[in-house]
Design a protein around this ligand. Sequence first.
Ligand code: NAD
Ligand code: UGA
Length: 474
Amino acid sequence: MKSIKKVCCIGAGYVGGPTMIVIAAKCPQLDINVVDINEERIAAWNNSDLDKLPIYEPGLKEVLKKCRNRNLFFSNRVKENISSADMIFISVNTPTKTKGIGAGQASDLKWIEASAREIGKYGKGETIVVEKSTLPVKTAETIKSILLSFTKPKELKNGDDKSFYVLSNPEFLAEGSAIDDLENPDRVLIGGDNKGAISALKEIYLNWVSEDKIITTDLWSSELSKLIANAFLAQRVSSINSISALCESTNANINEVSRAIGMDTRIGKEFLKAGPGFGGSCFKKDILNLIYICNHYGINEVASYWEKVIEINNWQQKRITKIILEKLYGTVSGKKITIFGFSFKANTNDTRESPAIKICKDLLEEGSFLSIFDPKVNPSQIAIDLGIQQINEKNFKNNESGWSFSESLEDSVNNSDAIVILSDWDEFCDINYDNLINKMRKPSWIFDTRNIVNKNDANKSGFNIWSLGNGSLI
Ligand code: NAD
Ligand code: UGA
């Protein structure tokens, strides 16, 4: 296998962008081209104003600065960069299918197929194709079969032949900590059936990851492990969220329960924070895909087991709106409610599957006016997610839907009846409660779905507090 000099990544999204930025920074000897069909996204990656990059991740712009236009390039030149690459990462989106067979569960692989066809058509010489996207187990077979259709039979091969090796190298980064996750991964997983191709990819990671953290395995175990890692993580969140409701009914405290069970090393303390339900582009999509695969193989009991993880997640989101209604005398119609945090978690501008979307839609449906504050989410994205444009508060009429975006946390609460904390940004942990309550209507409520409010301080200022999974406050 020839040594890798030129790398191409198809897909400049939340995975392709940060992953290639870190590889470029760690491997100055490689020439890396990230390509995308989305011109706006590429232009944003090339923006000289580093606060206008398409995604927000702590530490991202600092690393990008080191390597952009040195050995890392963003462009729409898909064909040329495929042709010149020794190794191609596929990092395109794989959302849940919305129509046809498997709609609502199976992953839509049309972007993967399109990428494989482009690689088949324009790839030259020996090319290693790396699945970075999260894919249903056995997708490598599809990619291989597409690529094979572009190669010549052995007996007809001559100097300008092409050949492809397919590897699975799923990405485990979490948004909000992507750069740190990429620089210090718990493990790197490489699945494949060609030793030379596996070691070529391993060589790249060895530039900064120690060998004992690089696991090599077969293609199918690698593809499946990625789905299962996400399923297990989501399952923990649903498990702790289900217990948060029980804590509320029994005067127990979910933080205390998390602490007590997490100190058992067999359970572990990570991923035990109760919240408004998991969001993000992958947990729901990947579990739905797992359910689809299980049903496909006739393992229906296993499918039903994983379905519950999603059911609890939906229920958790729904029950938060119900509680807000109950506490605000059964109605929020004509009331103003302030939302702190619209992203699906702190430190990202991503709103995909954010619990805030469902909860805000439910509150709008009940006739409230929402004042939304988020440190990084763009109001135009909120308008897309909620399906309505923001309006000036003055034009809000009772029983209609209305929301507006607030540029400052302090201004967002003017004349509000309640603050609902939905994402766990640091800004919301250290609040001057006296300042806020003076601007609000009385009684003033805080609904803390992330357990980050300083209850003593907030109480002293006169707030009524509902805190998720905190029985003694209810
Ligand atoms: P994304 O939607 O942010 O980015 C995907 C990009 O691929 C888009 O910009 C799109 O325009 C581009 N694209 C699609 N088809 C293309 C084509 N034929 N040629 C060129 N560009 C094309 O998605 P993402 O969040 O980066 O996720 C990508 C994959 O990685 C998914 O399979 C996801 O499940 C997986 N993943 C995501 C995360 C995460 O935190 N977001 C983490 C691990 C794995
Ligand atoms: C998740 C996984 O953590 C990554 O390993 C994986 O690569 C990625 O999915 C993916 O495949 O896309 P991500 O969705 O970015 O990463 O973020 P997480 O930190 O996992 O959080 C997911 C959701 O669970 C968030 O809404 C978060 O608030 C919630 N969560 C997480 C909790 O409610 N409690 C917790 O203890 C942890």
